[in-house]
Design a protein around this ligand. Structure first.
Ligand code: GLN
Ligand code: ZN
Length: 760
């Protein structure tokens, strides 16, 4: 019999119960026992779903109160000394929270561990911090307790752990080679395996997603050594890869003493043929055929054919699986009461995905007749999607055919453009500006909420938002900022706002996905051709401009960011969807220009994070991403100034692509990266203007004038003064007004002093 399983299930609960409990616990509204009870209920309900759907295993070890990588650090005793953990005791939940958040109910303030993106997903993990002479020591019984809990409920348990190489790879070490820690780490893994053996575990899912990256020789060798030293006691290790294809690592993987391999054929379907040919039929092959990262129904008829073939070779060694953990998809589609039913029938969330796996498993084991009805229903759903009038818009297709070689180019070079811009804008040396948003106060959120729920008429809503804009403009004028913004009070979220105004987007009411800890996001669903029925930002921007003689910068979200923070349709190449969004934005850019707005910013905070995992694939991505941005931004005349903004500090390896965007001005985050970014300018002559953020908006700390001057002086070592803008490093929406005023006041004072120093 072929077997069925998933790699992991969302842990936030169908109604974000865990989020609510966590926040209540942190705010001292519930005690730890109540939090633990919430966790227990979610876990047990997740197991029950897997079991009741007929999966052969329930996956245990995927549940976490904060982050599964952090839990692995606790398991292995990787607790930096600043958290003052007593190594003779087990790690308690408060230490975990202290590592995650920098504070916990009964501890003083300490800085949190760093957080970064989990491969190319929008999930963020807590980065393990390895110290010199790092020792590993089993320090948490959470995994073993949960296994016992599931076993006592009668379930067939398959634990999941992060593999030793991926764990090391995810961590940070200052000034020493992480791989030097491997021998001792392997000993600790052997202790884990021994405990699992005592618990009668037969199969372990050992996650090594770094096997889908381009590994250096050294890491490849480390894999070989480590896996040969693992003492499994007969437990079958399923070496689990996801987020990409194995590429050249397949040879290495074949040499490892593991009982099985999991591959993700949703991120790269081509690898299936190679792996199926090369992998021995005496070993388990777990085929990740149900996409764990999107929300589209699987084409079950197609999948069934593929699996039927594989069954002839692998027989009982065939496992049917989700491609990745279902962590990245929302929990339950049946909770969606207001989705258009036509769209809803194309979708599948985590619970529905388990059902899909189960159907395929039954078909493979007992024959097509047993799943005939399900296959037929599925065929109709898939057919309805491909023929739906909601998806295809011939006007969009026609528009695309009008794109020519000039569409993605400004009319003249930057050198010529900047002359017309200088003439028109008349900005001083070191122009000051902000990134777009101003504090999103509770009053602002209330206005939007009331309007959304029909408690505020449209007129009243517009008046209320205008009042906010007016006050934001007057704040900026008083501060003496040169290029003003309207403040984005009307935007709940920089992607959702545009999605709601564009055709081709759908929104769920409960489609939450964990981003980190208790934070969840609800990505829009791009299901069809994207079109802009009417202008989206012109009225607000014009209103702001009507209040001042200074320039007001129009504010848009760019195509790559809209794509990256949404669930994207899978029936056309992602770059085609990018192009459609770009065209819609292009029209908005032109409308803003025609309305008299002279500066327009197109934000691309996701530009770098959307880079493919393999360096080999970078150029292809950069080509279409740059193209999409240029399509969006190139419709304007020379004298209209295009800005972009990106929020990361390490862009050195993609600086050529950033220059290729040909934005007249880029504002970029640097302050957290300690001016790391500026190193790129030593060797690269960035052609256009740039505003490397002069202070960190992620912290409530107010930068002093002196500090800002210092920061700018460091920048001036690399960037000619005529090219330098002065601005914070990101939007101000998460900050409060008093700190924002103080910080911007100091920023403007610093600028005035700098201008004097430079003879103005
Ligand atoms: N314009 C956006 C803002 O200021 C940019 C946000 C971002 O970079 N993530 O909020
Ligand atoms: Zn930013």
């Amino acid at each position: 019999m072929a077997k069925t399983h998933i790699l992991g299930f969302p842990r936030i609960g169908a109604q974000r119960e865990l989020k609510k409990s966590l926040e209540n616990y942190w705010n001292h509204k519930i005690n730890q026992e109540e939090l633990l009870e919430c966790g227990r209920q979610i876990r047990q309900s997740n197991w029950k779903i897997q079991h009741d759907s007929g999966l052969d295993f329930v996956t245990v070890g995927d549940f976490s109160y904060y982050d599964h990588v952090l839990d692995t650090s606790a398991l292995l005793g990787v607790i930096p000394s600043k958290y003052k953990h007593d190594t003779t005791t087990a790690i308690n939940l408060n230490t975990i929270f202290s590592m995650a958040r920098g504070k916990s109910p009964d501890q003083e303030d300490v800085t949190a561990l760093a957080m970064t993106k989990w491969f190319n997903t929008n999930y963020h993990y807590m980065v393990p911090e390895f110290e010199q002479n790092q020792q590993f020591k089993l320090s948490s019984s959470k995994l073993f307790d949960e296994i016992q809990e599931a076993k006592s409920l009668g379930y067939n348990v398959k634990p999941v752990i992060i593999g030793p190489l991926t764990y090391l790879w995810l961590g940070r070490s200052d000034n020493f080679d992480k791989l030097s820690l491997l021998p001792q780490l392997i000993e600790t893994y052997n202790e884990i395996l021994a405990k699992l053996f005592q618990l009668d575990i037969t199969h372990v899912q050992i996650d090594e997603p770094i096997l889908t990256l381009e590994l250096s020789q050294k890491w490849q060798e480390a894999f070989g050594l480590a896996y040969k030293q693992l003492k499994t006691n007969g437990i079958k290790l399923i070496l689990t890869t996801y987020f990409g294809d194995l590429g050249d690592n397949l040879k290495l993987i074949k040499s490892l003493p593991v009982a099985g391999l999991h591959i993700d054929i949703c991120s790269n379907s081509k690898q299936l043929v190679t792996v199926a040919n090369e992998w021995s039929c005496n070993k388990i092959l777990s085929v990740g055929i149900i996409n764990g990262r999107n929300i589209w129904k699987n084409d079950l008829n197609k999948s069934f054919e593929i699996l039927k073939q594989l069954k002839t070779k692998f027989d009982e060694n065939l496992w049917v699986a989700s491609s990745t953990s279902l962590l990245h998809s929302p929990v339950d589609l049946t909770n969606e009461k207001s989705l258009n039913p036509e769209i809803k029938r194309w979708l599948s969330f985590a619970i529905q995905k388990i059902e899909e796996i189960s159907i395929l498993g039954r078909g493979v084991n007992y024959g097509i007749n047993l799943i005939k009805d399900e296959l037929e229903q599925n065929a109709q759903d898939i057919e309805s999607k491909s023929t739906s009038t909601l998806i295809h818009d011939s006007k969009v297709q026609n528009r695309i055919s009008t794109i020519d070689a000039a569409t993605d180019k400004r009319k003249n070079s930057f050198e010529q453009r900047i002359k017309s811009q200088d003439e028109k804008l008349n900005l001083p040396l070191f122009p000051t500006t902000t990134i777009g948003s101003f504090p999103q106060t509770s009053a602002i959120r209330k206005i939007r909420q009331e309007f959304k729920h029909g408690l505020l008429t449209k007129d009243a809503y517009i008046k209320s938002i205008q009042k906010e804009i007016k006050s934001t403009i007057s704040h900026q004028e008083k501060l003496g900022i040169d290029v003003l913004v309207h403040g984005e009070a009307e935007r709940n979220d920089m992607v959702e706002y545009f999605g709601e105004l564009l055709n081709g987007f759908a929104f769920t009411s409960n489609g939450w996905v964990q981003s980190y800890g208790s934070r969840c996001v609800k990505p829009p669903i791009i299901y069809g051709d994207v079109k802009r029925p009417k202008a989206m930002t012109v009225k607000w921007t014009l209103y702001a401009q009507s209040l001042t003689n200074k320039q007001v910068k129009g504010m848009l979200t760019g195509p790559i960011t809209i794509l990256s923070w949404s669930f994207v349709r899978d029936d056309q190449a992602i770059k085609d969807t990018a192009l459609q969004i770009a065209l819609a934005l292009r029209d908005e850019v032109c409308d803003l220009e025609n309305a008299g707005i002279n500066i327009i910013q197109i934000d691309e905070p996701a530009f770098r994070e959307a880079l493919p995992l393999k360096k080999n694939d970078w150029q292809e991505y950069l080509d279409w991403a740059v193209y999409a941005f240029r399509i969006a931004s190139s419709g304007v005349s020379d004298s209209t100034q295009i800005h972009t903004h990106m929020c990361y500090s390490s862009f050195n390896d993609v600086i050529q692509a950033i220059a290729d965007l040909d934005a007249d001005v880029i504002t970029i985050e640097t302050s957290r990266g300690n001016l790391e970014l500026l190193k790129a300018f030593e060797t690269f002559n960035y052609p256009n203007q740039i505003g490397p953020g002069v202070y960190d908006i992620h912290s409530p700390r107010i930068p002093s004038t002196e500090e800002i001057i210092n920061q700018v002086n460091k920048m001036l070592a690399y960037i000619p003064k005529e090219k330098l803008w002065i601005n914070p490093d990101c939007g101000l929406k998460t900050r409060g007004w008093p700190e924002v005023e103080q910080a911007l006041h100091n920023m403007q004072l610093a600028t005035n002093q700098l201008r004097e120093q430079h003879g103005i």
